[in-house]
Design a protein around this ligand. Structure first.
Ligand SMILES: NC(=O)c1ccc[n+]([C@@H]2O[C@H](COP(=O)([O-])OP(=O)(O)OC[C@H]3O[C@@H](n4cnc5c(N)ncnc54)[C@H](OP(=O)(O)O)[C@@H]3O)[C@@H](O)[C@H]2O)c1
Length: 304
């Protein structure tokens, strides 16, 4: 009943390592062969298809949980082949190997598979239309995994953050200490989602499906974010308010709203990428918390 966890040092991977521990024994991999905290683990680069295949064959896991990904959205515009290799091609390898040994695959995808011209939350079966290389590579991974025929769960998530790793929350806290005025995009809508919420929800679902047959209708694609939505400006404003109230920052900088046009980035981002999570909540009987609740919890863990 082993779980093979790929990418155990990313935001979600780190939280999965803890959350999945009570479910089954875990074989964890990172690109450096070291876990956060310095403990050695299996070294694996997803770009190495032979090593990936061999590791799955020798580990014979019941579950493969893939938290590794090429997540540099802007850099992907300059190296789309590498993004495709890690986010797309590796999923064909994982899928084929999983199918051979009858393992179940858990994989994460993104709101950036959608084009963003909408005014109501995206549902799982809505038409995709990624705007950039990262979104295209993640969509390619979804398709490769489905086409492999492996039993799988794909969780599309969004705006991931937590107390560690590279994320918007940590960037805002740093900038708040350095600047008097922050200018933040106020015309992109989405849902900030704690990495821990993704990991804990995954663990509940993996546990619920431990004995499920491969043809169980609950396998498939789901949207997994916190509830509600905001803009980057709304997210930043709340972060700064919390940080000031709790003493994380001494002085509150101004948080000014700007448009996407005023903040050009290499990769185009969807204007509206709120995901409808009702399929996940009704299938597994879960109640996902509002994003503001999630933020309060994460900020409660940060030390002044
Ligand atoms: N972050 C977001 O806002 C967001 C939004 C929507 C969806 N998602 C999806 O959610 C999942 C988890 O994202 P995250 O936020 O936890 O990402 P993250 O913090 O950037 O972590 C990514 C992990 O992938 C590893 N990785 C990168 N290239 C690799 C390679 N060639 N071989 C092996 N490992 C490699 C990284 O290892 P190194 O430390 O060695 O680089 C890191 O452990 C991903 O599938 C991502 O696409 C994320």
């Amino acid at each position: 009943m082993t779980i093979l966890l790929l990418g155990a040092d990313g935001q979600v991977g780190f939280e999965l390592h803890r959350a999945l521990a009570p479910v089954a024994p875990i074989v964890a991999t990172t690109r450096k062969g070291v876990l956060p905290g310095g403990i050695a683990c299996t070294r694996l680069d997803l770009a190495d298809a032979d090593a990936l295949r061999a590791l799955i064959e020798t580990t014979q896991p019941r579950w493969i949980v893939n938290a590794a990904a090429y997540t540099a959205v802007d850099r992907a515009e300059d190296e789309p082949e590498l993004a495709q290799r890690i986010n797309g091609d590796a999923l064909a390898v994982i899928g084929a190997a999983a199918k051979r040994i009858d393992a179940r695959v858990v994989h994460y995808s993104t709101d950036y598979v959608f084009a963003g011209a909408a005014n109501q939350p995206w549902r799982e079966d809505d038409a995709t239309g990624p705007l950039g290389a990262y979104g295209r590579s993640k969509l390619a991974g979804e398709i490769a995994l489905r086409e492999s025929g492996a039993t799988h769960l794909i969780f599309r998530t969004a705006w991931v953050y937590g107390p560690r790793g590279a994320n918007f929350l940590r960037t805002m806290l740093r900038l708040a200490r350095e600047r008097d005025r922050l200018t933040i995009v106020a015309d992109q809508f989405g849902t900030p989602t704690p990495a821990r919420l993704i990991a804990e929800t995954t663990a509940l679902i993996v546990h619920a499906l431990q004995d499920a047959r491969t043809d169980d209708a609950r396998f498939g694609t789901y949207h997994l974010t916190a509830n509600g939505h905001t803009t980057w400006h709304g997210f930043a404003s709340r972060i700064i308010d919390h940080a000031h109230t709790s003493g994380l920052i001494e002085r509150k900088p101004e948080v000014a709203a700007i448009t996407t046009e005023q903040f050009p980035t290499k990769a185009k981002r969807p204007g509206y990428s709120v995901l409808d999570t009702s399929k996940l909540q009704s299938t597994f009987g879960l109640a996902l918390p509002d994003w503001t609740e999630g933020l309060a919890r994460v900020m409660g863990e940060l030390n002044p």
